[in-house]
Design a protein around this ligand. Structure first.
Ligand code: NAD
Length: 436
């Protein structure tokens, strides 16, 4: 099949490379010329494990192409994916659909023959109807179908998630479109991946419901962690104790500094707006949005309390800036709330992240960047772990202790054991676990 992908960001690039690897001929389009130039030069615009090789192999096999010219990609395509951003609209939190609608208009002008237009971007219920109306307006005679096919990949594990997904959701009632979608995902049929065909609106809602449910789960365990701190219980044991119940499941039960990233914050907010618009509020999700925002803000106070209530003139070494490990994505990362609050309280912050410092440098100006974890804590009064990168899980504590001026460690990801840290002589604070 010939595939065009409009928008070569996290989702567009990973989907494009994976579809090419399935054997389709894929052209990824982006308006951002610098991004396309980089891809032509073999440089990945994002950090995602395994992506560089996957892209290189498929470019070499002449199945994967990059261009800024949408017409070239769309004119011969059997399927055109819309994978542009749908950020929160400034001011009201609704999903900003301007990029999706602009892409729909362009596709309408350029498509040829029967074309399946697939919305992979996360879009509110009813967006497919609007995309269809736009294309119909541009091409009253056009032969096309608009399908919803939300993406569930996780940054950091995106290739595996795309190639071995728990399920694929396809929202369409058009038989020809179903056939095209079956053909596109044929390698997954062989793996017996469940492919769920639904109505378009149902498929659009499934994506938001999935993200909101996971956000609820994270926020639930975060509140349990706060309660554990008050009552002297251990949240990790609570997680295990409830997670072993098959009805609950053990994933997304790690207490931490609050969820961030490019999806959960904007998608939970957009779902609450849709629900309000339809007069059917989702009060659990309303609360989750509020609790999570407050939590991210509260983490700086936790650090300050661990340092005796005053950080003026003190140096804090921070490990991890990205919203989670294995990505350079800084969108809505907890570090964006925590670090400015620490510097505003008079602390000097020195930070290290294995991949996200370039992104972070645009967003966090008043901090110093170090080129290793050990350099970040050199002379520091406290060390704060914000992101759970593997390389932070086995630090040489004798070296850290020798380099630091103070002995305070705040671990917002619970990657160390309070007993071990006490043995090393650290004053250790974590999330929802009794101090030793
Ligand atoms: N990032 C994730 O983990 C993830 C996971 C699942 C779903 N999603 C959803 O997928 C969508 C895309 O997210 P992303 O993280 O890949 O976004 P992104 O910001 O990384 O990429 C979007 C790209 O689209 C390009 N673009 C915008 N308008 C264009 C146009 N008319 N023509 C060509 N290119 C255009 C931009 O230049 C940008 O490179 C969003 O709706 C998001 O919610 C993201």
């Amino acid at each position: 099949m010939r595939v065009a992908i409009i928008g070569t960001g996290y989702v567009g690039l990973v989907s494009g490379a994976c579809f090419a690897d399935f054997g389709h001929i894929v052209t990824c389009v982006d308006k951002d010329k610098a991004k396309i130039d980089k891809l032509h030069a073999g440089i990945m615009p994002i950090y995602e494990p395994g992506l560089e090789n996957l892209v290189a192999n498929n470019v070499k096999e002449e199945r994967l192409f990059f261009t800024t010219d949408a017409a070239e990609a769309v004119k011969d395509a059997d399927a055109v994916f819309i994978a542009v951003g749908t950020p929160s609209r400034r001011g009201d939190g609704h999903a900003d659909l301007s990029y999706v609608y602009a892409a729909a208009e362009e596709i309408g002008q350029m498509m040829n023959g029967f074309t399946v237009i697939v919305t992979k971007s996360t879009v509110p219920v009813g967006t497919g109807d609007e995309v269809e109306a736009i294309i119909r307006r541009v091409r009253p005679d056009g032969d096309f179908a608009v399908v919803s096919n939300p993406e569930f990949l996780r940054e950091g594990a995106a290739i595996k998630d795309f190639k071995i997904p728990d399920r694929v959701v396809v929202g369409t009632e058009d038989e020809r479109a179903k056939q095209v979608m079956r053909e596109l995902y044929r390698p997954l049929f062989l793996n017996e991946t469940p492919i769920l065909f639904t109505a378009r609106r149902t498929s659009e809602l499934i994506k938001y419901a999935a993200n909101a449910f996971l956000a609820v789960k994270i926020t639930f365990i975060n509140e349990m962690a706060d309660l554990c701190e008050k009552v002297g219980a251990n949240v990790q044991e609570v997680s295990r104790g409830i997670g072993l119940d098959g009805r609950i499941g053990s994933k997304f039960l790690n207490a931490g500094p609050g969820y961030g990233g490019s999806c959960f914050p904007k998608d939970t907010l957009a779902l609450t707006k849709t629900a309000d618009d339809y007069g059917s509020p989702v009060r659990i999700v309303d609360t989750v949005v509020e609790v999570n925002a407050a939590r991210k803000k509260a983490m700086a106070a936790k650090v300050i309390a661990a340092m005796g209530g005053d950080v003026k003139g003190k140096t804090i070494g921070v490990l991890g800036l990205a919203f989670k490990q294995n990505t350079d994505d800084m969108r809505d990362a907890p570090s964006l709330d925590i670090l400015p609050a620490l510097t505003a309280s008079g602390a000097k912050v020195v930070a290290f992240d294995p991949e996200a410092m370039k992104e972070a440098a645009h967003l966090l100006k008043d901090i110093t960047y170090a080129d290793s974890a050990y350099k970040a804590v050199d002379g520091a009064d406290a060390m704060v772990i914000i992101t759970e990168w593997d390389q932070f899980r086995a630090l040489d504590f004798a070296r850290i202790k020798g380099a630091m001026k103070g002995n305070v460690v705040v671990d917002l990801r619970n990657i160390y054991s309070p007993e071990d840290m006490a043995k090393h002589g650290f004053a250790y604070t974590s999330i929802g676990r009794p101090a030793i």
